[in-house]
Every structure is written in C-alpha cells, then in structure tokens.
Ligand binder design. Structure first.
Ligand code: ADP
Ligand code: MG
Length: 739
C-alpha cells in the first residue's frame, strides 16, 4: 500500500528513471503526484457531434482519422499540417502550423479525441479546429505496452467519461495519458485509511471531503459532476485540496508569527529625549501617514518582543525618512542599526542622505558594500564589531559576508521585494545567529543577565514600494505586521504618461530639449534586462552615443549601467544628482529608489519589453519635486496583447495598487516579484488569484485553530496538524525551523 509520503518511484510503472523526470517537476512523493491536478477536463461522455459545432466555441470532438498530410501555402514559409477527421458523413478539418513532427502521427481509421477552438474557414466558411490538442485513442504504442488487459483499461480511462487532462512532462515523454494511468494506479494502491491532518472541527465547519475521496474525485470525476465546476476548480474535491494547502501555509505563518512574538526582543525607550532627537533631524513636516506609520513602528519597538513589520508605500511616498526615524530610536537606545539596500547605487544614496540628515546629530554612519576595497572593508568591519559605527548601510554584503555587530538592535531592509522571502529569512536568522555567537564568545555567563536563551532578537523593518495585493500579503507576508504609507508628500503634481511609437522619437527628443532648457533633468532608460547580456548592453551604449553625439551634442549626457565599476557608477550618479548632467541614459539599474527631485522626464525605450511593476518603479524616479513630470513610453516594433494591456494601464493610472493588481493578474503570483528573486512559496493546487476567498477562510480557520479555546480543538489535533504542517513546509519551502 502506498502512503502519501512514499517515494514516487515505488508507484507501479515509474521506477528510478522516470522518477528523475518527475523530480524536475517537483514531484517526489506519492502525495506530490496526487496533487498534480488535471489542468482541464474533457467531456468524453457526451462529446460533441461535428454537426452541432459552432464557430468560436471550445469543443471536444471524438472522431475518426480520414486523411492527413503536410502542405505549403504561398504566403507562409513553414508548412501546415492538416488532418481531416470524420463522424459518419460529417467532416472537420484540423490545422497545425509548423508541425512537421506530426507527419507520421495519424493513420486513417484511428479514433482521436480532439480539443480546440472551432473556427470558420475564411474562404468557404467550413468549420475547422485550429491547433487542437489531440489524443489518439486506444493506441498503446506510445508506452510500448502490448498487454491486452492493460490496453482495455487504458481505453476505459479515455472514453465514455469525463477525462482528466494533465500537462505533459519530460519534453513530452510523460504524456497526459501516461499521467492518467499512473495516477489511477497510485490511487488504487493508496492506503485506504489516509489520515486527515485537518482538525475535526475545521473539517466539519467547512464541510470538507476526506482526503482520499477528494483525491479520487478530482482525478476521476463522477458522471454527474459539472464540467464547468471542474474546469474552474470549484468542485468539492478541488475545494478540499485547495483549502488544505492554504490552511497549512496559513497555519505555518501564524505559528511563525507566534514563535517570533514569544522571543525576547529589545524594549526600546521612547523618551522625550528620543522624540526631541527625531524632531531635530527632520528636514520637513512629516505627512499624516508618515506620522501614523512611525507611531506603529515605535510602539512595536517599545515592546519587549521583536518587531517584524513590513512598511509598504508607493514610490516617492517617503519611506526613507521613516526608516531614519526608527533608526534614531534604536541608536538613542545605544544599539546599532543595519540598513540594507538591493543595489550599490541605492546603498550609496542612502549613505549620503543619512549623513546629510543624521551626521550632525552625532551618529556615526558607515557604508559597507561588496565593492569596497579589502582593507577598507576590514576596517569598516572592525568599527562595526567594536561598536564605533551606529548606522551601517550596505548591500547584500551585509548578509552574504560575515559581519559581527557589537550590539545590533534594528535591521531595516529597503525595497524588500527585491530580496525575496528566503533572503529576508536569512538576514533575520543571521542577526539571530550572530547574537548567539556573540553571547557564546564574548559574554561571561555571569554577565549574561538576559537569560540563558542568549541576546534579545533585533527588530526588523522591511520596506517595499510594491503595493502588495491583499492575497499575496496574506501568504508571503503572513508572518509580518503591515503598515501602509498611503499619502504622498505635499506639492506633488500627478505625472503625465504618454506612449508613442519610436518612429516619432524626434517629437520626444524635442520635448526633452524643452524640459532641459527649462533647467530640468531627464532619464532615458533602455531595457537591458540581463545586465550581462552583451548584445543588449551594446544596444544601450549605442543609444547613449546616438543621444550624446547626434541628438544632444550641446548637452551633458551620462551613461549608467550595471557593468560599470562601482566608482564610475558612483561618479555618474553624483554628477546627475548635483545637476552636472542633464540627461542620464541608463539601464534599469536606476529602477529602484534613486531620488533626484529635479528630474522631470522619464523616457523609456522599448517600453513594451518591461513588466508593469518595473515600469511603475521607473516612473517613480520622476514626479519627486514640485514641477510637473512626464513619462514617455516609447514602443519599438510589435507589441503583444499583454504588452498593450501593460502600457494601457500605465497611461491610465498612477495608482500603484491598481497596477499591482493587474500585474498579478497578468503574470501570476509566481512571477509577480520577478522569477529570480521570487522565493515565493509555489502552490501545488491553489492559485492565489482564483482562490482569494478560500485563502481568507483558510487564514481564519488557521488562526482560530491555534487560538485553541475558541474552536475547541484538542491539543492532540493541533499537535497533529502542526506536525503535518512542519513536515510539509520543511519539505516544500524549507522555511520552518523545527523547534
Ligand atoms: P520612497 O518611499 O520611494 O523611498 P523617498 O523616501 O525617497 O521615497 O522620498 C521621496 C522624496 O520625497 C524625497 O525627496 C524625500 O526627501 C521627499 N519627502 C519625503 N517625505 C516628505 C515630506 N513629509 N515632505 C516633503 N518631502 C518629503
Ligand atoms: Mg526608497
């Protein structure tokens, strides 16, 4: 009998070799395999007759192959593959483009199931299926098996019922049919007494199917099941599986939050003296939102438990000064503060503004980045270790290399979305570990008056400009408290955004000229998405030459990209900041955080290649001063449908929240933060956009379960659920430290 935790290679028909292919799909256990849900279902119980098909609909048709072959047309370079399928006297044409691989696929007389969009032929109005997905029925050759009984079983799984369709794997080696048979056999061999890890009262309240029943029904729906509910993952079986996945994620986050709250933190004092210190350095009147947010942060900091707070505020909403204020509270209490930025440019900028704002007040500020020359780095580290530095500003170097803080009290992570969950956890853990190391190394036991558990945990404040849709916030940041800066500093004029095609570039450049003559500065951004892509970088440099030599020979034009050495980068940035350069040609290295209020124009070349979040970030570089700002989105070449929606959204709204919601919808949660940095738990059965409501329910039930008394769940059930959750988390996300 198979258990959910059994390795998938022990399922009949898999073995070690195929298990490897499955591993690439993140399928390791029987449970993983059974959570590989069909991405759609075909109604082969009541398939459509060819006669009743209507143009525009998606349909499943079961028919017999009549003729097939490749042919060429005059207008297309690639051949088209055509197959005609029939039911009695009715016939339908199926077309596939560039499909030479289909050449010997079909034989006349074979039964095929076809699924695709029905269209009317442009010339004669005949119906045809464009690029349909297909399956040759009752043909056992694909897996080499010739066993008659097996063939019969295979056939019975393919027609006369609602059939699950799976995404294939291993470059098509493991087909939908293969999954159907394998999953079927895994279900048959699955132990009948599958434990239900969800506490009983939750199960009852939510009316959940048992796990075994849900798994059977989601793969092999019963005849009466609604095809529409199946397709939209809204059957009771789907609900059970989606709920379970989200329930345990929420349970994990909730538990993590509680664990964190149970740790010893630092109770910072918010005395009159501290307040006065903050007032003294503020360069302007804070907005009401900044005041409110600071209050939330300060009240966390006063508590003897570690702060874990996310500060969310659109680009330009003024997060930096709030971070400095929090830093003052910690520094006045005699603690050190680490401020981490995602790029060197941004770290440097923070360093300069921190010095401007804080140095007069007597705080010692150091910059620690990867590019620092070794001797300086060592010296800086020594200052940090000896407690001479109060505010340490840096990049990843802070987490990736060993830095010992003398007395770290607050960690601030800027532009958090750039880091991803894993890195954030690493940083938090690191600060904890460092604290423990120190406790072990430096402190004689007699002085360790804080308790044998070691030093208190530092507070952590993470900041992001990405307005996170609520669903994502509930999962990604479910372990954090959230503050929102929802007000812009006074005097901002909304940015005007226009899109034009690059054959009208001249108009854009003459507009740029006008703005420059009026004393303003301009960014021209070129899409070098991969900074080490030689070809793209060349294009950006060429653009720079074109602009500086031909179009604006009379202006000072600078170039900034990720491959410049750090000093050069720094120099260019400072020149622009001082106003020595009027035009800055740049790659997306300026995307995050750069703050030059005199810049009023942002020209984005090939805007269609950028993601929405990126465009919004880029646009956030302007509109930071009192003058009206303009964002010009230039497109070059053909724009995809999705590209159109992105550009459209940018022109329509400046509201980061609306943009984020649309972005999430367009890209899906996995890519929301950019694949590389993501670190987002990926879901097996749930989909954050589709399953918002289930997520809310799961969250409510999870926090209720942990509160215990309210839902009258036995300690035993909670323990069982927690064990299950930990096993799952550790496996899938590696996030929970088992205590
Ligand atoms: P972000 O939230 O994108 O990090 P910044 O902290 O860089 O934004 O602030 C954007 C600009 O607004 C900066 O030039 C900053 O000095 C200015 N600013 C912030 N708060 C205020 C305020 N209350 N009044 C006026 N200007 C402010
Ligand atoms: Mg910022």
């Amino acid at each position: 009998m198979l258990q959910l935790g059994t390795s998938v290679q022990y399922v009949k028909g898999i073995g070690p070799r195929l298990a490897e292919i499955l591993a690439a799909k993140d399928i390791h256990t029987v449970g993983n395999l059974l959570n590989y849900l069909p991405f759609r279902y075909e109604d082969r119980l009541n398939p459509r007759t060819i006669a009743e098909l209507r143009p525009g609909e998606m349909a499943t048709v079961i028919a017999e192959v009549r003729t097939s072959g490749l042919f060429h047309t005059r207008t297309r370079r690639m051949p088209i593959f055509q197959m005609t399928a029939g039911q009695g006297r009715d016939r339908i044409k199926c077309l596939w483009f560039n499909a030479t691989y289909l050449k010997d696929k079909f034989k006349a007389g074979q039964a095929v199931a076809l699924y695709g969009k029905v269209e009317a032929d442009q010339i004669r109005g005949e119906l045809q299926l464009m690029q349909p997905q297909f399956e040759i029925l009752g043909d056992a050759t694909e897996d080499g098996s010739s066993d008659a009984a097996e063939q019969k079983l295979a056939a019975s799984l393919e027609v006369g019922r609602i059939v699950p369709i799976y995404e294939s794997a291993g470059q098509g080696r493991l087909t939908s049919r293969w999954f159907r048979r394998i999953i079927r056999s895994a279900l048959e061999d699955l132990t009948p007494d599958l434990p239900d890890p969800i506490p009983k009262s939750v199960r009852e309240r939510m009316g959940l199917l048992s796990p075994g029943e849900a798994l059977w029904k989601v793969h092999w729906p019963e005849p009466g099941e609604s095809l529409q509910e199946l397709q939209s993952s809204r059957t009771r079986a789907h609900f059970r599986l989606i709920f379970e996945e989200l329930f345990f994620i929420e349970l994990g986050l909730e538990q993590k939050k509680r664990q964190q709250k149970a740790q010893t933190g630092i109770a910072f004092q918010l005395t009159e003296q501290v307040r006065a210190a903050i007032k003294k350095v503020l360069p302007f009147h804070p907005t009401a939102a900044q005041k409110r947010v600071l209050k939330e942060i300060a009240s966390d900091m006063e508590k003897p438990v570690p702060m874990r707070r996310l500060l969310q505020g659109d680009v330009g909403s003024g997060k930096t000064i709030v971070a400095f204020e929090a830093a003052i509270i910690a520094m006045e209490g005699g603690y050190q503060v680490a401020l981490m930025a995602p790029t060197e440019i941004l770290a440097q900028q923070h360093y300069f503004s921190a010095r401007r704002v804080l140095e007069n007040a007597g705080y010692r500020i150091v910059l620690l980045t990867g590019s620092l020359e070794a001797g300086r780095k060592r010296e800086t580290r020594r200052h940090i270790g000896q407690g001479n530095a109060n505010l340490i500003i840096g990049t990843h170097a802070l987490i990736e290399e060993k830095v010992d803080f003398a007395k770290l009290g607050l960690v601030i992570v800027d532009e958090q979305h750039r880091f991803g969950v894993m890195q954030r956890l690493k940083l938090m853990k690191k600060s904890g570990e460092a604290a423990l190391d120190r406790a072990a190394a430096n402190l004689p036991p007699a002085r360790a008056d804080q308790s044998s558990a070691g030093q208190p945990e530092p507070d952590v404040l993470v900041m992001t400009a990405t307005p996170i849709p609520r669903t994502l916030a509930l999962t990604l940041y479910g372990d954090l408290d959230i503050s929102v800066l929802d007000e812009m500093p006074p005097g901002r004029v909304p940015i005007v955004t226009r899109r034009i095609s690059d054959d009208r570039a001249d108009e854009a450049w003459s507009f740029v000229r006008k703005q420059v003559s009026a004393g303003h500065q301009v960014y021209v951004v070129y899409p070098v998405i991969e900074e080490n892509e030689e070809r793209e970088l060349k294009a950006a440099i060429k653009m720079y030459k074109e602009l500086s030599k031909r179009i604006f020979p009379d202006q000072r034009v600078g170039l900034l990209h990720g491959r410049l050495d750090p000093e050069e980068k720094d120099r260019v940035m400072q020149q622009f900041q001082r106003g020595d350069l009027s035009i800055m040609v740049s790659t997306t290295v300026i995307e995050v955080g750069v703050d030059v209020p005199n810049a009023t124009v942002m020209v984005v070349e090939h805007a269609e290649r950028f993601g929405l979040a990126q465009l919004h970030q880029l646009r956030g570089r302007i509109g930071r001063g009192a003058a009206k700002s303009y964002c010009i989105l230039m497109t070059g070449g053909k724009v995809s449908e999705e590209g159109e929606r992105r550009l459209d959204a940018m022109v329509r709204t400046n509201d980061g929240f609306q943009i984020a919601e649309l972005d999430l919808e367009l890209r899906g949660p996995g890519e929301f933060f950019g694949t590389r940095q993501a670190g987002i738990p990926s879901f097996r059965v749930a989909n954050l956009i589709r399953d918002r409501q289930i997520l809310e329910m799961a969250k409510r039930e999870a926090s209720g379960s942990l509160s215990g008394s309210k839902f009258e769940i036995s300690q035993q059930e909670i323990d069982c659920a927690l064990r299950h959750m930990r096993a799952r988390w550790q496996h899938t996300y590696g996030l929970v430290e088992v205590g």
